[in-house]
Design a protein around this ligand. Structure first.
Ligand SMILES: [Zn+2]
Length: 280
């Protein structure tokens, strides 16, 4: 694999590592949600990855004209949206929508970084949701948020969620995970037959029946099954691409549980996205 010698892997943040997996798998997306101390610089890096003239392994070189312009904040198609007086108002989103509707000038990817996306009026959040539902091809949105549980679940579900933080602190007991495999497998196999409300009922029962530790085991069981389906060892109702997307999402979800995110919202969103992925 050709790697730029100047590319220092030790400088990779957890989000950059995850982006690398995505770049190598050839997956793309229009909306991303980043949290963590390095979220802003990771967003700049993703903006570079979308527009780099000489990418290395699908990732930004950091040295071409465009990468330099993005780093210095002078790239025409990079739009950074800050809250005003600690709030994103609907006017902000309307102004963004106007730029979204225009074609990128240089045939490149327009990147919108929404700083403190968790500080959003309800009307603004709904307006953002509409934009995320029908993103133009040449556009990428990166939401930065400290408190993910303050975002609308419907907005979160439109985004690929990337977090930071280490998962090493808590203990996963493999035997406990194995006990949950049949239940997790049954859920994944049943997804294509379920209606939306039934998916949410399943999510509710998972929250009702499991404490944080048990839920970690349950989500790990789901992750194991998805990974074994990618390897071809397991028949699940997912294409290879969507099994991979789902596995990465479960990895993030496990990380969020470690970090004590609101488990109710997380579980609703995860189940709905698994369901959507299974229908594709
Ligand atoms: Zn570059």
């Amino acid at each position: 694999m050709a790697m730029n010698n100047d590319y220092d892997l030790s400088l990779l943040t957890p989000i950059k590592e995850q982006l690398m997996v995505i770049a190598r798998s050839g997956l793309t997306g229009h909306a991303f949600l980043f949290s963590g101390d390095d979220a802003f610089s990771d967003a700049i890096f993703l903006a570079q990855c979308c527009n780099c003239q000489t990418p290395v392994d699908g990732l930004a070189c950091g040295e071409c004209d465009v990468c330099r312009k993005i780093a210095s904040g002078t790239f025409e198609e990079l739009h950074i949206i800050y809250p005003e007086k600690k709030l994103h108002r609907i006017e902000n989103m309307r102004a963004m929508q106007e730029i979204v509707a225009k074609k990128a000038i240089y045939g490149q990817t327009k990147v919108f970084i929404i700083v403190n996306a968790d500080l959003m009026q309800e009307a603004a959040a709904n307006s953002l949701l509409k934009i995320l539902e029908e993103p133009p091809d040449d556009t990428v949105f990166i939401l930065l948020a400290d408190s993910i549980d303050k975002l609308l679940p419907t907005v979160i579900s439109r985004c690929q969620v990337f977090g930071c933080g280490s998962a090493s602190a808590a203990v996963i007991d493999d035997n406990e995970v194995k006990k949950l495999l049949p239940q997790a497998q049954q859920l994944l196999l049943s997804l294509p037959q379920l209606q939306c409300w039934q998916v949410l009922l399943k999510a509710k029962s998972v929250i009702g029946e499991n404490d944080k530790q048990q839920q970690l085991h349950y989500f790990t069981a789901l992750l194991w099954l998805l990974v074994s389906s990618i390897k071809g060892e397991q028949q699940l109702p997912f294409s290879a691409e969507h099994a991979l997307k789902s596995a990465m999402m479960m990895e993030n979800a496990i990380d969020y549980i470690y970090r004590n995110i609101n488990r109710k919202i997380l579980t609703d969103v995860i189940f709905l996205r698994l369901w959507q992925n299974a229908l594709r």
